[in-house]
Design a binder for this molecule. Structure first.
Ligand SMILES: [Fe+2]
Length: 471
């Protein structure tokens, strides 16, 4: 039986403030802090529906843990884009144009200042003590982590050029900095890689790399010594965007598989491009993690979710998602690339047979050798599971429940715990039959459910979140 995933893409109008859902099972007492997630939750202005999932209006979701209790809030970001939608105008720039995209293209082609959307619906980060909602357009919104109230626009104190920017910032606890990148269009497009030291709002650019295209790049990873970008042949073509029927960034995207996929390995100290091997064409949204394998001649190990092509991007248009189940496109695969920077060669192997997306490792494993990768298991009909892959033994544990769609899992280590999987995995999951979302607390070692709390409504599917242990 195929389940409609409709509730995952249905607009929500209800906002809860500090709702205390009943908890079945028990949340460990040591778990204190707040998970804040971001994602689209309003998909229409009047009777007009957005064309692409990425254009839904941002809603923050807060799950506060304290002494075994859970408190839940959800609140739309009061962005200009949200106000426009409430006034009947959709300004989404990924695949829905009723206003803004044409101006963005006009300004991009003249290399003037774009007027990007402020619908920051992809991710969250703490920057210079502020909680910030992020998207790939270069505008960010500050919010209150307790009330989720919108505080206003966030601006960096630097002059880094960014026509498109990364919503995924790598939070490296070992270097006490965030790592990110921006993309600059122009005659010679470039990727600018930067660090953002804790307590600063000035991005320090340490590498500018000549881009092919440029490509659409969604994420990056770090080792203790490197930053790694995957430049797939999914190219952002300004020329294609000039098509009068263009409805957004999606119409700029041009799959050019003959170019292959280039791995950009940048020295984190010097900014030097130390390796740039090219593979046959693949596409990647999300990196899992990377590290230097000192036991193997300093090879760089990069785990990521690989797609054979870019069909997944078009598959997330609302025209596809409003049908029964998810559209039939290839699932992402958990792959390991072993990169030898000396020879520029890459050994590529698959770590897990199933489909997988939205991968995470515990925060402390960032840029260090990780053993386990957690993610959403994606290759069954009528559900998305939770998977834990042992990247050493290449074995996996999975958790599934019919009609339940697990979202991005966040592994959290128990303070003082020795093992990487001593802790819990937090994940929201939508039961599409019940039309209700629950917050699950899984044992990170066994994936048994330690606690479950039904939220007072069905949350539309979100994208990404972070756990803040001191909020
Ligand atoms: Fe993402």
């Amino acid at each position: 039986m195929t389940h409609s995933v409709g509730p995952g893409f249905r607009s929500l109008s209800t906002e809860y403030d500090d709702h205390q859902p009943q908890v079945e099972g028990s949340i460990p007492d040591w778990l204190a802090g707040t998970l804040i997630r971001n994602g689209p939750a309003l998909f229409e202005a009047g009777s007009t529906r957005v064309n692409h999932w990425f254009d839904g209006l941002a809603m923050l979701r807060r799950y506060g843990f304290d002494e075994g209790e859970l408190r839940y809030s959800n609140r739309f970001l009061r962005s200009e884009a949200y106000a426009d939608a409430k006034a009947g105008q959709l300004t989404g720039q990924f695949g829905t144009d009723t206003r803004g995209w044409r101006r963005l293209v006009d300004t991009l082609t003249s290399l003037g200042l774009p007027e990007p959307t402020d619908n920051a619906n992809v991710h969250v980060a703490r920057i210079d003590g502020e909680f910030v909602a992020l998207t790939e357009a270069p505008r960010r919104i500050v919010f209150d982590p307790d009330t989720l109230d919108t505080r206003g626009e966030f601006t960096f104190k630097d002059d880094l050029t960014e026509h498109i920017t990364a919503a995924h910032l790598v939070d490296d606890p070992h270097h006490e900095e965030l790592i990110g990148f921006t993309t600059e269009f122009g005659l010679q497009p470039q990727y600018h890689v930067y660090r953002l030291p804790r307590g600063s709002r000035g991005r320090e650019r340490f590498a500018s790399l000549a881009a092919r295209g440029p490509a659409y790049i969604h994420d990056c990873s770090v080792t203790k010594d490197h930053v790694i970008l995957i430049e797939s042949p999914l190219v952002l073509s300004v020329r294609r965007a000039l098509n009068p029927f263009s409805q957004g960034a999606i119409d700029m995207l041009d799959w050019q598989p003959d170019q292959g996929t280039r791995i950009l390995v940048v020295d984190r100290e010097t900014g030097v491009l130390v390796a740039e091997p090219t593979l046959s064409a693949t596409f990647c949204f999300h990196h899992v993690n990377a590290y230097v394998d000192d036991e193997n001649n300093g090879e760089i190990v990069l785990d990521l979710i690989e797609f054979p092509n870019s069909e997944i991007v078009g598959a997330m248009s609302m025209g596809e998602l409003d049908g029964e189940g998810f559209p039939e496109v290839p699932d992402g695969r958990l792959m390991r690339y072993r990169i030898d920077p000396a020879s520029g060669t890459v050994d590529r192997s698959q770590l897990y047979d199933g489909g997988m997306e939205l991968p995470r490792v515990p925060r402390a494993a960032t840029g260090r050798r990780h053993r386990y990768a957690y993610g959403q298991a994606t290759d069954r009909k009528g559900a998305n599971g939770l998977v834990k892959v042992d990247c050493e033994t290449r074995t996996a544990q999975e958790w599934w429940k019919r009609s339940v769609y697990v979202e991005e899992p966040i592994p959290i280590q128990r303070p003082g715990g020795d093992n990487e999987d001593d802790g819990v995995v937090l994940a929201t999951a939508l039961d599409v039959d019940r039309e209700q979302t629950a917050l699950f607390v899984f044992d990170a070692e066994t994936l048994t459910v330690e606690a479950r709390a039904w939220l007072p409504h069905a949350e539309p599917f979100g994208f990404h979140g972070r756990f803040f242990s001191d909020v």
